[in-house]
Write a protein that binds this ligand. Sequence first.
Ligand SMILES: NC(=O)C1=CN([C@@H]2O[C@H](COP(=O)(O)OP(=O)(O)OC[C@H]3O[C@@H](n4cnc5c(N)ncnc54)[C@H](O)[C@@H]3O)[C@@H](O)[C@H]2O)C=CC1
Ligand SMILES: O=C(O)[C@@H]1CCC=N1
Length: 255
Amino acid sequence: MGETLLSGLLRSGHPVDGLVITERRADRAAELTEKYGVRVLDNAEAAALADTLLLVVKPQDMGALLAEIHDEVAEDNLVVSLAAGITTTFLESRLPAGRAVVRVMPNTPALVDQGMAAVSAGSHCSPAQLQQAQTLLAATGKVVDVPEKLQDAVTAISGSGPAYIFYVVEAMIEAGVVLGMPRTTATELVVQTLFGAATMIKETGQHPTVLREQVTSPGGTTAAALRTLDDHKVRAAFITAMEAAARRSAELAGD
Ligand SMILES: NC(=O)C1=CN([C@@H]2O[C@H](COP(=O)(O)OP(=O)(O)OC[C@H]3O[C@@H](n4cnc5c(N)ncnc54)[C@H](O)[C@@H]3O)[C@@H](O)[C@H]2O)C=CC1
Ligand SMILES: O=C(O)[C@@H]1CCC=N1
């Protein structure tokens, strides 16, 4: 996710000499420098130098990272966390008092500038600082501001969401192969169908139910397929799965 953000910031015109990164794995740090020409520092050096700090480590590594940078985070710095489940209270309680923090849930389509990020301000973050975080994230897609209590739901919807779609795509390709289609053709059909359907939802502004009904001829093929999906409780399975994702997000800060 950090590399996705870095590449997006560079694509959107941020000068590379205005950015520094940190990476605890030396081989990975070398790979990123080679690929982007970006300077690598250690965490304390980077925190001392930067005005805005983007924290993009696993939730389980966040406590140790905050301990490392604690003494270097200045009063006018902005700390932006992209980690699932890590609350603004978690961040504020591990930084010097009064530091401005923003919690973000991004997603991987940011890699192709079609990201969806939701931001929530901590208790010491000014509207201008929240706007600054939104502007940074807008380099890779859409940004919305949500009350922090909805961030676990955001994680279940748009944070993890791309994986559900890829899972459905995989299943449809497998089904195409079962029906005798060569895998490459099945993949082309499924991917273009996904792209076409997503574009229709976005461009027509119609409710998905209306669009689905337009495809579903009485007594036809789509009705036969959708009835089978209902028999297998696929809609209910999505709700249960996303409830599990939101629950897991709420647990992560305690891991
Ligand atoms: N992968 C995804 O789709 C999304 C991930 N996120 C969040 O982004 C965060 C990062 O996730 P990924 O990119 O998937 O993880 P990752 O494990 O691929 O990347 C984290 C990187 O940080 C480095 N690192 C860990 N601790 C460090 C430290 N103390 N100092 C310097 N470098 C350190 C690791 O070596 C690794 O290269 C997580 O908190 C996750 O919840 C949020 C939304 C979507
Ligand atoms: O699976 C995860 O925990 C992260 C957060 C959202 C997407 N990936």
